[in-house]
Design a protein around this ligand. Structure first.
Ligand code: FES
Length: 130
């Protein structure tokens, strides 16, 4: 006689718990007074091109910020000074342009070669190790 009453109360508590849980989830997802702002649509804005460096024999890599050595350090094991003195990061520039951020100390033909520690890419470039 009492069992159906207890089962009914149990089901009522279970239903209440589920309702409260769903209400809590809804509150967390859609808080009152907080407008959901969609990220600005950039359908008309051109995507920022990812600058790349193609190193012959290695492949194309996305450029890190700063000098080329930031991207290529693991492929230029003789780059020791990081200041344009040792020549260990010397590369032949095959395509593209760079900005020299410091004058090289080591003798180098700046028309054909660059120092990864002293140059920043001015766009996509292609180069080779000498
Ligand atoms: S690391 Fe020495 S010249 Fe670039």
């Amino acid at each position: 006689m009492i069992a159906p009453i207890l089962i009914g109360l149990g089901l009522l508590c279970l239903g209440g718990s589920i309702a409260l849980t769903l209400a809590g989830i809804r509150y967390l997802l859609v808080r009152p007074g907080k407008a959901v702002v969609a990220p600005a649509a950039s359908a008309s804005a051109p995507a920022t091109p990812v600058a790349t460096v193609h190193l012959e024999g290695i492949g194309t890599l996305a450029l890190e910020a700063g000098v080329l050595l930031n991207t290529l350090w693991e492929h230029l094991p003789h780059a020791e000074c990081q200041s344009g003195e040792c020549g260990g990061c010397k590369m032949k520039l095959l395509e593209g342009k760079v900005h020299w951020i410091r004058d090289p100390v080591v003798e180098i033909n700046r028309q054909t070669h660059i120092l990864a520690c002293s140059c920043e890419a001015a766009g996509p470039i292609r180069c080779a190790t000498p």
